[in-house]
Design a protein around this ligand. Structure first.
Ligand code: RVP
Length: 502
């Protein structure tokens, strides 16, 4: 006979945290959200941690290199989507890894034989007045000079004057050496009263510019997540079909952590993929697996060698897997059960495997609940899709700004590998929808607000770290009637608009 669970499975909305003692030191500033991303042994430091417990979903509409840089600046990690050709995913990883905060690739470049008219036209197009003059007119060509608005006068000079006649030649330029730090470049700017300094390598090739106006903006990211070479930490999604080709490509491009992207991860395909990684790379390549929703799924992937395990089937905002296939489990119940198995596994083996709760986070307090229930970090799609930094278009629909957001199982993404169960390699039916989400502005502002709310709740609960929260939180189920009591009720609202994450 089939196994029946005694209790219904539940969502985050059905729970609340009960406050604990808040001591005087428990202020938002004193709360740390640092969290492990990959497994570690008892008493040892995790090889990879994040400074905030947020990762962005392995989705076309969410995680490209731009999102990866923006989120790493705040202390989280993006998993760049794998529903694209191997070379394109590797190129995105590489762009994010080679991005240097405060160092910008020159977007205005001309050759010395071009004219003042070319300078004027380029400035109009780009809006930038600092122009690199390189032998071949490219952003990484041999630098021969520089032009700023101080070098020419449109009213007095013949438009056909060659640039070589009025540029500041290379031997008169102050430059910074390739490999210098942002702070060293900034010293050069200040010592020489410059607005911009070109960074050049030993062969006189231009690599970057550092602008004085950018410095303060880049200094502000105290949480930014960097590797030993000061590049941002970047994740990459992989699948169980083409991993022998995709994994080496994204690893060579610099990915710090991988995630097998699948709607259902309790499978021999995942075990095979993990075994392949261990055989080829030992423990050097970090890879998470999932998704699972019960303890059996967790133990299977833990034994197979996963560095973290991802939880969640059917709870994603754009996901219709439960309707289409009738599989899944309420996200809160899934996290609670898997976390208990993880804790038991830790007790027994001394190996701590971080858990990622994936999908279904609607309100900011759901983040705190998921962490309190045992998740170490949270994967979100809808949340990040709303920001400027997501790769999709911002549109005006019926007078409101929205961003596009579509599921990996939708016809639009056609990510059949994510739903693959072996056999005929093609998408057979949709498991996701194509939708809009309300536009919410910059990632920086929103993530900071959400993290402040999480920290503030943690202070109420009496916890200054995620570990504390997991060990000491008191969590209560709420009845349907008390959910009504939790919102504004029995009053007439003056403003009924409800945007963003509450
Ligand atoms: P949400 O944050 O609720 O938007 O959920 C995002 C998650 O939904 C993803 O990380 C992924 O696990 C799942 N997803 C992505 N595409 C689809 C689908 O098309 N069904 N589901």
């Amino acid at each position: 006979m089939a196994q029946f669970y005694k209790e219904p499975s539940r969502t985050f909305n059905e729970y609340l945290l009960v406050p604990g003692l808040t001591t005087k030191e428990m202020t938002v500033e004193n709360v740390s959200l640092k969290t492990p991303i990959v497994k570690f042994r008892k008493g040892e430091e995790p090889p990879l941690s994040a400074n905030i417990p947020l990762v962005s979903a392995v989705m076309q509409a969410v995680s490209d290199d731009n999102m990866a840089v923006a989120l790493a600046k705040e202390g989280g990690i993006s998993f760049i989507y794998n529903s694209q050709p191997v070379e394109e995913e590797a190129a995105m990883v590489k762009r994010a890894k080679t991005y240097k905060s405060g160092f910008v690739r020159s977007d205005s470049n001309l050759r010395p034989d071009q004219t003042m008219q070319d300078v004027v036209d380029l400035k109009k197009r780009s809006g930038h007045s600092t122009i690199a003059i390189t032998e071949d007119g490219t952003a990484e060509g041999k630098m021969v000079g520089m032009v700023t608005s101080r070098d020419y006068r449109v009213s007095r000079m013949d438009p056909s004057t060659p640039i070589s006649e009025f540029m500041t030649p290379f031997d008169k330029l102050i430059t910074a050496p390739d490999g210098c730090t942002l702070s060293e470049a900034n010293d050069i700017l200040w010592d020489n009263k410059l607005n911009a300094v070109p960074v050049v390598d030993d062969n006189q090739r231009l690599t970057y510019f550092v602008f004085r106006k950018d410095y303060d903006a880049h200094k502000a990211n105290k949480n930014e997540l960097l590797d030993a070479h000061k590049s941002y930490i970047v994740g990459a999604g992989v699948n169980t079909r083409d991993y022998e080709e995709r994994i080496p490509a994204v690893v060579d491009a610099g990915a710090d952590v991988l995630c097998i992207d699948s709607s259902e991860g309790y499978s021999e395909w995942q075990s095979e993929c993990l075994a392949w990684v261990r055989k080829k790379y030992g423990d050097d390549v970090k890879i998470g697996a999932g998704n699972v929703v019960d303890k059996e799924g967790f133990y299977y992937l833990a034994e197979a060698g996963a560095d973290f395990v991802k939880i969640g089937i059917g709870g994603g905002s754009i996901c219709i897997t439960r309707e289409q296939k009738g599989i899944g489990r309420g996200q809160a119940t899934a996290v609670i059960e898997v976390a208990a198995a993880r804790d038991e596994y830790f007790q027994r083996t001394g190996v701590y495997i971080p858990l990622c709760s994936d999908g279904g986070i609607v309100y900011d307090y759901h983040m705190t609940l998921a962490l309190a229930m045992g998740a170490d970090f949270l994967m979100m799609g809808r949340y990040f899709a709303r920001f400027d930094e997501s790769p999709t278009s911002k549109l005006n629909v019926n007078g409101s700004y929205v961003k596009e957001y579509w599921g990996e199982g939708s016809n639009r993404a056609r990510n059949w590998q994510r739903y693959d169960l072996g056999g005929d390699p093609r998408m057979k039916f949709e498991e996701g929808v194509d939708s809009y989400v309300p536009y919410a502005g910059s990632l920086h502002d929103n993530v900071n607000l959400s993290m402040t709310k999480v920290k503030s709740t943690m202070c109420n609960v009496g916890a200054t770290s995620i570990r504390d929260l997991q060990e000491n939180a008191k969590i209560t189920l709420v009845s349907a009637t008390s959910i009504v009591e939790g919102g504004a009720h029995d009053v007439i609202l003056r403003d009924t608009s409800q945007g963003g994450n509450r």
